[in-house]
Design a protein around this ligand. Structure first.
Ligand SMILES: [Zn+2]
Length: 492
């Protein structure tokens, strides 16, 4: 209950898309979409006339805004750079790519980035183009990040602040899933910018374990700092003929645009001053929560000890073993289900990122998890002759100890698990008004921090990660079960 209330309170909200007649000092999604409408109706494959027409159109428009816009040719590639004087030095670099895959109009990928860059450039240069503002529109991104690599080879410079805008989906809320460079100044500017995109060190941690790459990867390797934005919802359109400009969610365009303008304004003022320390961080509703990684580790240790102390003498071992069996069962059934799906429904993996309606797969993952849980609990009850609440105590302890271990080993990923860890600890100790209040408060906080992350996880991983998706509910469900685990149960 408290978990659900917390989740709802922190649920990502997108701003309303501003119309073409919005005040000129504001970023307007409708104006941004209008900037690319003339040439974003069809594919812009590297080396084709359509890609060149798009670059030339962008260059012409940026020149009317006061930029020196220069195409740069590298073999078949045609990049575009724009700035006040044509220099390629330090400062803020807004980045997107002009090319598409064959057969896709790239309305979101990367029509989103191009639309955002032009409208953001207009807002930022209303009083003249800032000397430190640059735009980089790459080519050959889809074929292998070639345009970004050509730029880095041609103009090596380690002191850039890069804001890259990409899309693997076409709908919001927007995500900032990757950063480069020292985190404290990035977060300091983030807070001042008012950006409300979903972001966190957990997302970065997950993304870095996936094989995906963007131009940002190349720029980061060259020593740049910065932020990598993307849309991931509506991923079934990605790299297909359905990725049209009409399919691109204007509210997501607005959200990314507001973030790009806000962050660029902060960094154009200079590098934000912030003490350099490793941080774990998470956007929670409108707030950016950040803790030093040593504090996350300390809290994880304390929470883990609290849980261990609460687990003594309540069928904890039986419950723990049942929970581990449920995890293994869910992973095995999930793997079997995925193999069967792929064998009987070739279209399942035909789409580059996601099936058209992935909801069925997510529901399937929950069904597998629930069935595995019920079965393992039933077997454990038979074997240990203990009641379900006692066994669930072991479950909850197992799940909480996993969270504690995770946060100890990878504090950047584990920050979002801390409130849940303490909620579990308070629940295992049970009894008393203070413990009850602590439990409800921690559960609410857990919902606010973890709820939006859990709902984004299947979309980030896609249906292909069915075995993983079937295991995730088992890590969460023990927290949600309404079984009473109060101190009274400790009595013989
Ligand atoms: Zn792309």
């Amino acid at each position: 209950m408290a978990f659900g209330v917390g989740t709802l309170a922190a649920w990502p909200r997108e701003p309303a898309a501003l119309r073409v007649d919005a005040p000129t000092e504001r970023f307007s999604a409708d104006r941004a979409l209008g900037e690319v409408a003339a040439w974003a109706g069809g594919p812009r494959v590297t080396g084709t006339a359509a890609q060149r027409a798009a670059v030339n159109g962008l260059a012409a428009r940026l020149r009317t805004l006061g930029f020196v816009a220069e195409p740069h040719e590298y073999g078949r590639l045609l990049n575009l750079e724009a700035s006040a004087t044509g220099d390629r030095g330090e400062g803020v670099w807004l980045v997107a790519h002009s090319d598409t895959v064959r057969g896709s109009p790239g309305g979101a990928d990367d029509g989103l980035g191009l639309a955002v860059l032009v409208e953001a450039a207009r807002v930022l240069s209303r009083d003249g183009v800032p000397a430190r503002l640059h735009l980089l529109i790459t080519d050959g991104e889809e074929a292998g990040l070639y345009g970004a690599q050509a730029f880095v080879n041609d103009a090596p410079n380690a002191r850039r602040l890069v804001i890259n805008v990409e899309a693997r989906g076409s709908e919001g809320p927007a995500y900032m899933f990757q950063t480069a460079g020292s985190t404290p100044p990035l977060l300091s500017a983030w807070r001042a910018s008012g950006c409300t995109a979903q972001a966190g060190s957990l997302a970065r941690w997950v993304y870095e374990s996936l094989p995906n790459d963007t131009d940002f990867t190349v720029l980061r390797a060259s020593g740049a700092e910065g932020y990598d934005f993307a849309l991931i919802h509506g991923a079934w359109r990605y790299h297909t003929p359905d990725d049209t400009l009409a399919g691109l969610d204007p509210r997501a365009v607005q959200q990314v645009g507001d973030c790009v303008v806000g962050l660029a304004q902060e960094w154009l003022r200079g590098r934000p001053a912030a003490a350099d320390s490793p941080l774990a961080w998470q956007q929670v509703g409108p707030w950016m929560v950040a803790l030093p990684t040593w504090a996350v580790r300390g809290a994880a240790l304390a929470g883990g000890l609290l849980v261990l102390a609460g687990m003594r003498g309540r069928g904890a071992v039986g419950g723990l073993l049942a929970w581990i069996a449920a995890l293994a069962l869910a992973a095995a059934v999930g793997t079997g289900a995925l193999t069967t799906l792929v064998a009987t429904w070739p279209d399942f993996l035909a789409r580059p990122a996601e099936v058209e309606h992935p909801e069925g797969v997510y529901v399937g993952a929950w069904v597998i998890a629930a069935a595995s849980a019920a079965l393992s609990l039933r077997v454990a009850q038979r074997l240990s002759r203990r009641g379900a609440p006692e066994l669930v105590g072991g479950w909850l302890g197992g799940s909480a100890l996993c969270a504690a271990t995770g946060a100890l080993l990878a504090p950047e990923a584990g920050l979002v698990l801390l409130p849940g860890l303490f909620a579990a600890g308070a629940r295992l100790h049970g009894g008393g008004i203070a413990a009850g209040a602590a439990r409800v408060g921690a559960a609410g906080l857990a919902g606010a921090m973890l709820g939006p992350v859990l709902l984004a996880l299947p979309i980030a991983l896609t249906s292909r990660a069915l075995p993983v998706l079937a295991v995730v509910p088992l890590l969460v469900v023990p927290w949600l079960l309404p079984l009473r685990l109060g101190a009274s149960e400790k009595a013989p």
